[in-house]
Design a binder for this molecule. Structure first.
Ligand SMILES: Cc1cc2nc3c(=O)[nH]c(=O)nc-3n(C[C@H](O)[C@H](O)[C@H](O)COP(=O)(O)OP(=O)(O)OC[C@H]3O[C@@H](n4cnc5c(N)ncnc54)[C@H](O)[C@@H]3O)c2cc1C
Length: 366
């Protein structure tokens, strides 16, 4: 059979993962990226066990473990540093710098298939048996393929992210601290640097000339090492959180298939956005390998991926609403009490609801 060709629109984590998967099944792939260079922002990402299994099928899990920091999953704390939840045994999370994760995927692709400075505005303008639409939350192609479907909406929360310059002790745990209306997360990297994020409710579009000062005002008096993490932080990124306003009726239109945030941009409260894109990539490549026609493969992908990713998006929204977004002191006290009372097995079971995912194949290699 003639070699089949896919055009991937968007060179973020999702698009690159899709390209790696499709190349492993022998397809010819080109990735078109709007930006002048390929890269990722200076922040961390928690690669959950489900995503690690997907990355393993893509042949890059060992490399991700090497550049990241495998840690036994996390603790949830209150602002004084008291444990609300200890999650042990729910599998390993790998804390990794986004640029390093992106670099691992890029290294799995020949440079010749990565093309920069191409702003794609229509599927029709592209050659190929398959077009993978991985152009992110503000996907222009999604708008064109599904006119009238609600696009991204502001989730009511703004988030700050950064990576410290200083090195912290190697045994620092992954942690998430929840206060009333504010959350702070710590993802330690293997070299001692710490990726962190903070989130709180805020009106859309607000910016400050001193973002770090704003974060200090929110969590600067919280437990160690939060104050020293902030003291050793340079540049801070701030992003308002957007998610799709309504679930899409399909992830497929003709020979085009949506993947990653273009298909299911979700709030980050379960840390599953990029993880879902890695799952998408594996399921897509496995379906293209298994079915004789692209049409059948895309129908199978849509059948499997839409329910799963839309369920995770819903759960993520609820996790925010019932978690750090609570402000009423009584509700906060009830939440903390309920978290403390939760037996360890229940916590593990809750986490596994999403992280127990298994890929449809063990390998894509031919
Ligand atoms: C604060 C925050 C914290 C998060 N934390 C986590 C976490 O811990 N774990 C996790 O799994 N996920 C997390 N996420 C979610 C995760 O970042 C996203 O789900 C993931 O990056 C989506 O990848 P993507 O490739 O689909 O989209 P993107 O990363 O947005 O990539 C889209 C790419 O397409 C390009 N592009 C856009 N338009 C065009 C065009 N017209 N033509 C060509 N190229 C185009 C863009 O330049 C970009 O490179 C977080 C998100 C936020 C905001």
């Amino acid at each position: 059979m003639a070699v089949r060709r896919a055009v991937v629109v968007g060179g973020g984590l999702g698009g690159l993962a899709a390209a790696v998967g499709l190349r492993r099944i022998g397809w010819d792939v080109v990735v078109l990226e709007r930006a002048a260079g390929f890269g990722e922002v200076g922040a961390g990402v928690g690669v959950m066990p489900n995503a690690l299994r997907a990355l393993s099928v893509l042949g890059v899990a060992d490399e991700v473990r090497r550049v990241g920091t495998p840690r036994v999953a996390a603790r949830v704390l209150d602002p004084r540093g008291r444990a609300l939840v200890r999650v042990a045994g729910a599998g390993r999370v790998v804390a990794v710098h986004r640029a390093d994760l992106h670099g691992v995927l890029r290294a799995a692709l020949p440079a010749s298939c990565l093309v920069n400075s191409v702003d794609v505005s229509s599927v029709e303008s592209l050659d190929g048996d398959l077009v993978v639409v991985a152009d992110g939350v503000r996907s222009r192609l999604r708008e064109a393929l599904f006119p009238g479907v609600t696009g991204p909406v502001y989730g009511g929360v703004t988030a700050w992210r950064s990576v410290t310059e200083a090195r912290f002790p190697a045994d620092l745990a992954i942690s998430q601290t929840v206060g009333d209306g504010v959350e702070f997360g710590v993802l330690p990297l293997g070299d001692g640097r710490v990726c962190w994020y903070a989130a709180t409710e805020a009106p859309e579009g607000v910016v400050s000339s001193d973002e770090l000062g704003v974060v200090r005002g929110l969590v600067g008096r919280w437990h160690a090492p939060i104050p020293s993490v902030l003291d050793s932080t340079g540049v801070v990124l701030r992003h308002d959180i957007y998610e799709l306003g309504a679930p899409l009726p399909s992830y497929v239109s003709g020979r085009a298939v949506l993947l990653g945030d273009a298909a299911h941009a979700m709030t980050p409260y379960l840390g599953q956005g990029a993880c879902m894109a890695f799952e998408d990539a594996v399921v897509l490549a496995a379906a293209c390998d298994r079915f004789p026609s692209v049409e059948q493969a895309l129908a199978a992908y849509d059948r499997v991926r839409r329910p799963r990713t839309q369920a995770v998006a819903r759960a993520s929204r609820v996790a925010g609403r019932m978690g750090f977004r609570l402000r009423n002191p009584l509700a906060v006290a009830a939440r903390d009490l309920a978290l403390r009372a939760m037996p360890s097995w229940a916590v593990v079971k809750g986490a596994e609801r999403f992280t127990a995912w298994r890929p449809p194949v063990e390998s894509l290699d031919r």
